[in-house]
Design a protein around this ligand. Structure first.
Ligand code: 9YT
Length: 129
């Protein structure tokens, strides 16, 4: 059984920060669940270019507001509390924070190992350890 609180993750090596987001990584590859599980804060008024070529991600918004734009077709989807999106085709996109910080619950398959952050193409590398 694994039980972790946000307080136990914040400020540790399992909290990754970027200019436009902060990711609190509750479950990682080493936990053996087959996926990783994070809470991500997307800062209000920001734009992040993301293209997870090596991972599938599902995202559920529980607070705040923003939007996602899929680059292949230019479609824009509003995101707010209660909206889920899944990058089932490794969809390249822009993720934009709205008026308030967005709080997102994210699941990655394969699981992140912990230290991943976006490269300049918005990609996470596939890490083994
Ligand atoms: C929604 C999203 O992909 N945000 C970027 C951070 C990522 N969710 C992470 O590493 O937790």
């Amino acid at each position: 059984m694994i039980v972790r609180t946000l307080d136990e993750v914040i400020g540790t090596e399992n909290e990754m920060k970027a200019e436009t987001w902060s990711s609190r990584r509750f479950l990682l590859k080493k936990d053996g669940m087959g996926f990783s599980f994070h809470e991500t804060i997307i800062y209000a008024g920001t734009e992040t270019h993301i293209h997870y070529q090596n991972h599938l991600e599902a995202v559920y918004c529980v607070a705040g507001d923003g939007e996602i734009e899929t680059i292949a077709d230019g479609k824009v989807y509003p995101i707010t509390n209660g909206t889920m999106y899944a990058l089932n085709e490794n969809d390249e996109h822009y993720l934009r924070g709205g008026k308030e910080d967005m709080r997102l619950i994210c699941v990655f398959n394969p699981p992140l190992v912990g230290s991943e952050t976006h490269d300049e193409e918005g990609v996470y590398p596939l890490l083994e350890a």
